[in-house]
Design a protein around this ligand. Structure first.
Ligand code: PRX
Length: 695
C-alpha cells in the first residue's frame, strides 16, 4: 500500500544526517545550559508606527517568554481560562519526558481537564452574541461563486453532521477520513468529528487513490467524507472516482473499514447525475443531514484525547500519522493565532492553505475560529483566472491578515507587480509566510510591493508535528530580518545541537531541536509509539529533533537552513524521497531509483530522480512519462519528478550506501565541487552520470 522500499539505513538516526552534520560539528560544543536567545536581542523601535502590537516590545516579550518556559503550568493555565472547560484541569497539569534515556516519551497538558474544541470554536462565540458574525467567507474557484456562513449557521451545520455521524454509530475515538476540496463542508466535517470526540484524518485532495487508501487503512476509518469533484483552476477533478478506487484498495487489505461514504455535491465541478454512487454504502451530504436537528450534545473529552491524525512524510517510506490532542492543541493554536497575527475577534483573515495540510488545520479550521475571526475559505488557486486573484479577494473582503507560502509569493512575483497594483489592498495589516524558507528577494517583494511597506511580515517556522508556530516574529514587536523566522514563541525552547547532541551556544549552526514540551507537541505516531521515539527523540537524546538545520546569528535570531534528512520541500509540500523512489521502482522497467532535491526558482525545491533501468531496457521519452505517471498514481501529481536522469549505475560506497551528496551535486550541476569521492565503490559512475545529463 505504501510502497515497498523499506531501507533501514535511511533511518534518521543512522544514515540520513552525516552530510550536513559534519559541517555543523565544526562549531565547538558547549554543554552549559543555554541562555534564552532573547537576551541577545537589541530592542529596536517600531517600524510601523500606525500598528499597535499586542506584545508591545521586546521587554514585554522577554518577560512573557521567561514565564512561559519557567512556569508552563501557570502561564498556559491563564490562557486556557479563556475557554470553556467542562471540568477544570489539575493545578499541576503538565508532565513530560523528552529524554529516551529516562523511559518512554510522554507528554501531558491540562491533565484532569475536560473540554471540547468545537464547542470553543463555535458555541462559545454564539453564546457571547456573535452568532450573526460571518464565520466563513467562501470564495469559489470562479470569482462569481461565493457564499457567507455566520457562526450560528456553521454551528447548526456542524451539529447536524455530528448527529448524523452519531446515528451511523461513529463515536468517541473512532477515525473518520475526509477527502474534500476547499468548500465550507470540509472544516464543518472536521468540527463535527471534534464535537463527538471522533478523530479526523484529513487527506489532501491532491493525493492519489493509492495514497488515500493507505491512509484509510492505517487509521481504520469507519467513514469517508468526500465530494463529487473539484475545479482546480480550469481543470476538473472527479474526486469521488478517486475516493471509490481508494476505498476498494483499502478494503482489499483490511476487513473492518469504511461502511459509509458521505458525498458532498460540488455542483460546479461534478453534478449528482455524473457521480458514481454505490447504493447501500454512499449517501449524499444533503440527505444525510436532512431532518437532523441543529443542536447536538457535546462530547466532553479529556484534554489529552486525540483530536486528529495527519499523515506526513519522513525519511522512511511510510507516511506517519501524527497525533494531536485536544486541550494543548486548542490553547496553543489559539495563542499563536492571536499573537502572531495580532488577531482580534471579528478580524477578516485569509490563509490560502488547504485543510489537507497542517496549516489548514491550525490556522484555518481551529486557530482563527478560537479567536472568533471571519475567514476566507478559498477553493481556487492564486493565479486563476489571473495572477491578481489574491489581491482582488483581499479587497473584496477587506482582509486584514494574509497568510501564504513562499512558493505562491514567488510565482506572483514573477507575474509582475502590475497585478498587485491594480488593487488597493489598504485593509492589509499583516503578511504571513509558512512552509519553507522565504528567500530575501521574495520577502522584500512581499513586504514592499504587496504590503506597500506598511505590513510586518511574520515568517513562521513550524511543522505538522509541532501543531503550531514555533519560531516566528511577533509583528512589530522586534526588528525583522528578511529570511529569518527570528525568535521562539512562548513556551518553545529551541536549541542548536551538533552531531553528538551537544548544545551549541551563541552564534552557531547545526541541527534544530526543541528542549521541552510545548502545549501542541505531537503525542505519538498513530499505532506506532516506537516509531515516534525513533524518529523524533532518539537521534539526539534529550531533545525533540525537527529534521531541520538552523543557524543562530549574533542577535539570537534563527535562520532555518532546510531539511537535513531525506525529505524534500516542494512548494511547501513535504515529500519523502523514499516515497517517490518506491513509486518509481514500482514500475516494472525500473530497477533502482534515487531521488534528491534541487533548487527550483518557484517551488523552492524540485524533485530530481536518478533512475536505473532493468537489464535490456532503453531510455525513451515514453518510459520517462510512464515513470512520472507512476509517481502521480502512487502519491499524487504534486510529487511528480521535475527531472528523470537516466543512471546506468548509482554512486555507492563499498557497503552499498548511495552517496546522495554526490547526486545532489550532479543534480545542481556542481560536479566540480564533489569533494572526496575516493570511498565510492566505482568512481567512474560519476562521469557516466554527468555525460547522461539532459539525455
Ligand atoms: O523544513 C521546514 C519547513 O517545512 C517543514 C515542515 O513541513 P510540514 O510538516 O509539511 O509543515 C508545513 C507547514 C508548517 C519544516 O520542517 N518550513 C516550514 N515553515 C518554514 C519552514 N522552513 C523555513 N521557514 C519556515 N517559515
Amino acid at each position: 500500500m505504501w510502497g515497498s522500499i523499506s531501507n533501514p539505513a535511511r533511518d534518521i538516526a543512522t544514515a540520513a544526517l552525516p552530510d550536513k552534520v559534519v559541517a555543523a560539528a565544526a562549531v565547538a560544543p558547549d554543554a552549559t545550559s543555554p541562555q534564552p536567545p532573547v537576551d541577545l536581542v537589541p530592542h529596536v523601535p517600531s517600524n510601523y508606527p500606525h500598528f499597535t502590537p499586542f506584545v508591545e516590545n521586546v521587554d514585554q516579550y522577554k518577560a512573557m517568554y521567561q514565564r512561559s518556559i519557567e512556569d508552563p503550568d501557570g502561564f498556559w493555565a491563564d490562557i486556557a481560562s479563556e475557554f470553556h472547560w467542562h471540568k477544570k484541569w489539575d493545578e499541576k497539569h503538565t508532565s513530560w519526558n523528552f529524554d529516551v534515556r529516562n523511559g518512554p516519551i510522554h507528554v501531558e497538558w491540562f491533565k484532569g481537564g475536560l473540554t471540547n474544541i468545537a464547542y470553543n470554536c463555535l458555541d462559545r462565540h454564539v453564546a457571547a452574541g456573535r452568532g450573526d458574525q460571518p464565520c466563513f467567507l467562501w470564495e469559489g474557484n470562479e470569482p462569481k461563486d461565493s457564499a457567507v456562513m455566520t457562526y450560528s449557521q456553521v454551528l447548526g451545520e456542524v451539529c447536524r453532521m455530528a448527529n448524523y455521524l452519531r446515528s451511523i454509530g461513529v463515536g468517541k475515538g473512532d477515525a473518520v477520513s475526509i477527502y474534500m476540496p476547499m468548500v465550507c463542508e470540509l472544516p464543518i466535517a472536521m468540527l463535527a468529528c471534534a464535537r463527538i470526540g471522533a478523530v479526523h484524518s484529513v487527506v489532501f485532495g491532491g493525493f492519489s487513490a493509492e495514497a488515500l487508501a493507505g491512509r484509510i487503512a492505517d487509521c481504520k476509518a469507519k467513514v469517508l467524507i468526500t465530494s463529487s469533484g473539484v475545479m482546480r483552476g480550469s481543470k476538473k477533478i472527479d474526486l469521488k472516482a478517486i475516493a471509490d478506487k481508494a476505498v476498494e484498495m483499502a478494503e482489499l487489505n483490511d476487513e473492518h473499514l469504511v461502511s459509509t461514504v458521505v458525498v458532498q455535491e460540488v455542483k460546479h465541478a461534478v453534478t449528482r447525475e455524473h457521480t458514481h454512487f454505490v447504493q447501500g454504502r454512499d449517501v449524499w451530504w444533503e440527505d444525510a443531514l436532512r431532518g437532523q436537528p441543529t443542536e447536538a450534545e457535546v462530547e466532553w473529552v479529556e484534554a489529552d484525547h486525540p483530536l486528529f491524525l495527519l499523515y506526513t512524510s519522513g525519511s522512511t517510506g511510510k507516511p506517519k500519522g501524527v497525533v494531536h490532542c485536544t486541550g494543548g492543541y486548542m490553547v496553543y493554536t489559539f495563542t499563536t493565532t492571536k499573537y502572531v497575527f495580532n488577531m482580534a475577534p471579528g478580524d477578516v483573515y485569509w490563509c490560502t492553505a488547504d485543510c489537507g495540510w497542517i496549516t489548514g488545520h491550525s490556522y484555518l479550521t481551529y486557530g482563527p475560529l478560537l479567536v472568533g475571526a471571519s475567514q476566507v475559505v478559498f477553493e481556487g488557486v492564486p493565479t486563476y483566472p489571473a495572477a491578481d486573484r489574491c489581491w482582488q479577494v483581499v479587497d473584496k473582503y477587506k482582509v486584514k491578515q494574509f497568510y501564504t507560502a513562499p512558493t505562491a509569493i514567488r510565482s506572483l512575483m514573477r507575474a509582475g507587480e502590475l497585478y498587485v497594483k491594480e488593487h488597493n489592498r489598504d485593509s492589509l495589516r499583516i503578511l504571513g509566510s509558512v512552509g519553507e524558507p522565504i528567500n530575501p528577494e521574495a520577502w522584500r517583494w512581499y513586504h514592499d510591493v504587496v504590503g506597500d511597506g506598511r505590513c510586518p511580515i511574520v515568517d513562521t517556522w513550524w511543522q505538522t508535528e509541532t501543531g503550531g508556530h514555533m519560531i516566528t516574529p511577533l509583528p512589530n514587536t522586534w526588528q525583522q530580518k528578511p529570511g529569518s523566522a527570528t525568535l521562539p514563541f512562548f513556551g518553545v525552547v529551541p536549541v542548536i545541537v551538533d552531531d553528538k547532541a551537544n548544545e551549541l551556544q551563541g552564534e552557531a549552526e547545526g541541527m534544530l531541536c526543541i528542549k521541552q514540551a510545548w502545549p501542541s507537541t505531537l503525542r505519538t505516531v498513530y499505532g506506532d509509539h516506537d516509531r515516534y521515539e525513533t524518529n523524533y527523540f532518539k537521534p539526539f537524546p534529550g531533545y525533540y529533533f525537527s529534521g531541520d538545520g538552523a543557524r543562530r546569528d549574533k542577535d539570537g535570531y534563527f535562520w532555518i537552513t532546510g531539511r537535513v534528512d531525506d525529505v524534500i520541500n516542494v512548494s511547501g509540500h513535504r515529500i519523502g524521497t523514499a516515497e517517490v523512489e518506491s513509486a518509481l521502482v514500482a514500475h516494472p522497467k525500473c530497477a533502482e531509483a534515487a531521488v534528491v532535491g534541487f533548487e527550483h526558482a518557484i517551488k523552492g525545491q524540485g524533485i530530481y530522480a536518478f533512475v536505473t533501468l532493468m537489464e535490456g531496457e532503453s531510455y525513451t521519452e515514453d518510459l520517462r512519462r510512464e515513470l512520472i505517471a507512476s509517481v502521480r498514481s502512487h502519491i499524487g501529481a504534486f510529487a511528480a519528478p521535475d527531472a528523470i536522469h537516466w543512471a546506468p549505475g548509482l554512486p555507492k560506497t563499498r557497503s552499498g550506501k548511495i552517496m546522495r551528496r554526490v547526486l545532489r551535486k550532479i543534480a545542481s550541476k556542481e560536479e566540480d565541487q564533489l569533494g572526496d569521492i575516493s570511498t565510492l565503490a566505482d568512481p567512474s559512475v560519476v562521469q557516466q552520470l554527468v555525460d547522461l545529463r539532459g539525455k
